[in-house]
Write a protein that binds this ligand. Structure first.
Ligand SMILES: Nc1ncnc2c1ncn2[C@@H]1O[C@H](COP(=O)(O)OP(=O)(O)OP(=O)(O)O)[C@@H](O)[C@H]1O
Ligand SMILES: [Mg+2]
Length: 262
């Protein structure tokens, strides 16, 4: 999507990231992340797997800038990301969540929602330019541009998730953090969104950190996989290596517990 100014090219490097949440008791707090290092190269899809509570979402939130209380260093395209980011840095890394119901205003047309964002970010000189870009975004997520004038309330779960992805893409990110972005969807609909992520990587060179409990999906979509256990990455390798020759006991347990891994 060259005309929308989306080009891949920056590597994310997270180094020694730790997050501690305060607990009610006056102890040291709960350590959700304990010295995590992880990279996502341009155009790469990296899976992040681990059981519930292992710290996946916390890491995703640190990377996208929503969790500002952390120690360690984040670099994007060689630049250190400060705890408060510049607008350009915020645009560069976007997030898609599990539940598009929660993140979309059901009563606002898709066009209004996208236009508002484009205005806030100073993208598109005038209404026509913003409309053209919104139509391009719809095509990018494989939706008919005519749906711009409809509201999420009347859409299917899959369409709503595509709208949420279009919204994330509207500001021209290079990296998308997808946190269980397909988990709430029916299996057939899920497959469409998975294909969409693969297409986005191919078409605009998008990098994706793909957080998921679904190991079958991770295996089919991701280039590399990081396995996180109690806030620590215990294994990180090419997808095939993780699935065919896991090195860590925790990874083996995770694979053994997966219901639909052939
Ligand atoms: N805002 C918060 N305040 C206090 N504790 C938190 C907060 N967010 C997360 N935690 C704790 O940090 C740990 C990691 O949580 P996180 O949500 O990152 O796990 P997760 O791997 O995403 O789990 P799931 O697979 O269930 O989504 C958990 O023990 C969780 O209870
Ligand atoms: Mg989570």
């Amino acid at each position: 999507m060259g005309s929308a100014g989306m080009t891949g090219g920056s590597e994310l490097v997270a180094e020694d990231i730790s997050v501690t949440f305060a607990t009610r008791r006056r102890d040291a707090g709960h350590r959700a992340l304990a010295g995590v290092s992880l990279g996502v190269r341009p155009g790469e899809i990296v899976g992040l797997v681990g059981e519930s509570g292992s710290g996946k979402s916390t890491l995703g939130r640190v990377i996208v800038g929503l969790q500002q209380d952390y120690t360690g260093t984040l670099r994007f395209g060689g630049e250190v990301l400060a705890h408060r980011r510049t607008r350009a840095q915020r645009r560069a890394i976007q997030m898609v969540f599990q539940d598009p119901y929660a993140s979309l205003d059901p009563q606002m047309t898709v066009w209004k929602m996208l236009e508002e964002l484009l205005i806030v970010h100073g993208i598109g000189e005038n209404r026509e330019a913003r409309r053209a870009r919104s139509e391009e975004l719809m095509r990018l997520v494989h939706m008919p541009p005519t749906l711009l004038d409809t509201r999420p309330a009347g859409m299917s779960g899959g369409q709503r998730q595509r709208v949420a992805i279009a919204r994330a893409l509207s500001v021209g990110p290079q990296l998308l953090v997808a946190d269980e972005a397909t988990s709430a969807l029916d299996v057939s609909v899920q497959a469409g969104i998975i294909n969409l992520f693969a297409d986005l990587r191919a078409e605009i060179g998008l990098s994706i950190l793909f957080i998921s409990h679904n190991l079958a999906v991770v295996r089919s979509l991701c280039d590399r996989v990081a396995v996180i256990c109690q806030g620590e990455i215990v294994e990180e390798a090419e997808t095939r290596a993780v699935f065919d020759a896991p090195r860590h006991d925790y990874t083996r347990q995770l694979l053994a517990a997966a219901p639909d891994l052939p």
